[in-house]
Design a protein around this ligand. Structure first.
Ligand code: AP5
Length: 225
């Protein structure tokens, strides 16, 4: 099963991608997480990406395409993968198609999480993340067992730099201009499935699972194995 999850910043891509990773035991590949880790480690990639991310701009296409091309060659992607936050432009979608053609693979389904702007802003402003493992929380909708502490690694939770209001507005602008056209792109490729991302986390997961299972996209995967 090879899935792309599309959606605006805060639509729940990362939350649902991690759920699917756990359920189907295939890796979730998040370009945002890879870039944040590079920034944290101060690598050359991180230094380049930082200036774009801090302003809410997209990192240049070729940078992320190269990351994905390398990542998809790794052994854990053999049974499938979930792409979270990639592709984000038509140029990236075309590049992904070429990478997969070379590997004789194809995308099975593209899930688009539809969420209105007011809800996106509420989710992003309340999001907290673990500074060590990057796990996602929310001050209202997804609280940790102990206030301010990650359930998985006992680290403190922080607000992402790009979740500050003016950066969020810029990220939403970039999304509308650069990423929204991918809905039409994947609709034309007959791969797009719309998901109501505004429901609770659990309900959204349920809708995704039934969409995947209706589309027979999981027949080669043993759930929870
Ligand atoms: P990235 O990390 O991908 O950010 P994003 O797309 O803006 O997405 P987010 O992580 O903000 O939101 P999400 O949809 O994953 O929502 P989440 O599940 O966290 O990218 C960051 C930056 O990296 C970009 O701005 C860009 O600079 C660069 N970049 C990355 N990929 C790139 C690419 N391909 N090309 C170029 N540049 C790239 O949920 C949000 C909050 O809501 C959480 O607190 C969660 O608990 C809560 N929540 C989730 N679902 C629900 C629900 N159903 N109900 C209630 N609360 C919910």
């Amino acid at each position: 099963m090879r899935i792309v999850i599309l959606g605006a910043p805060g639509s729940g891509k990362g939350t649902q991608a991690r759920f699917l990773e756990e359920r189907y035991k295939i890796p979730c590949i998040s370009t945002g997480d890879i870039l944040r880790e590079a920034v944290r480690r101060g690598t050359e990639l991180g230094r380049e990406a930082k200036s774009y991310m801090a302003k809410g701009k997209l990192v240049p296409d070729q940078v992320v395409v190269d990351i994905i091309a390398e990542r998809l060659k790794e052994g854990d992607c053999k049974r499938g993968f979930i792409l979270d936050g990639f592709p984000r432009t038509v140029v990236q979608a075309d590049a992904l198609q070429k990478i997969l053609d070379r590997m004789d693979l194809r995308i099975d389904m593209v899930l688009n999480l539809e969420v209105s702007e007011g809800v996106l802003i509420r989710r992003l402003s309340g999001r907290r993340v673990c500074k060590r493992c990057g796990a996602n929380y929310h001050v209202e909708f997804q609280t940790p067992r102990i206030f301010g502490i990650c359930d998985y690694c006992n680290e403190g939770l922080i607000q992402r730099d790009d979740d500050k209001e003016e950066v969020v507005r810029q990220r939403l602008k970039e999304y509308l201009k650069q990423t929204l056209p991918l809905r039409v792109y994947y609709k034309n490729h007959n791969l797009l499935k719309e998901i109501d991302g505004e429901k609770g986390i659990f309900e959204v997961s349920k809708e995704i699972v039934s969409t995947l299972e209706r589309g027979n996209r999981v027949d080669n995967l043993k759930v929870g194995s």
